[in-house]
Design a protein. Structure first.
Length: 101
């Protein structure tokens, strides 16, 4: 067996063990207030991480460019409770204008 197949077997076993461990957690732990609160915050954390990667990453390096300004504009518009679609259009327009300069 090659190293690639060995890695695949280890990953399959690990995924199965993780899934089994999740199904084996007692109901009391799942209903605990701290667990419930943590589960509610996971999507926000993941979305924040995805935004950070898309704004600051350029391949394997970090770059600050028009995307950061567009994110700032979107944050201001979000604070002003502007609807989503106009916020996206304005932020994209700001990024395009900055890139033209």
């Amino acid at each position: 067996m090659t190293a690639v197949w060995g890695g695949i077997v280890v990953m399959v076993a690990g995924c199965f063990a993780l899934k089994y461990a999740g199904l084996s957690v007692p109901e009391g732990v799942l209903q605990h207030p701290v667990t419930v609160r943590a589960v509610e915050l996971i999507p926000a954390g993941l979305l924040g991480a995805l935004i950070a990667v898309q704004v600051f990453a350029d391949g394997s390096s970090v770059r600050v460019d028009a995307r950061l300004l567009a994110l700032g504009v979107a944050a201001v518009l979000l604070a002003l409770r502007v609807p989503f679609l106009p916020m996206v259009v304005v932020s994209a327009a700001v990024a395009a204008l900055v890139r033209q300069v």
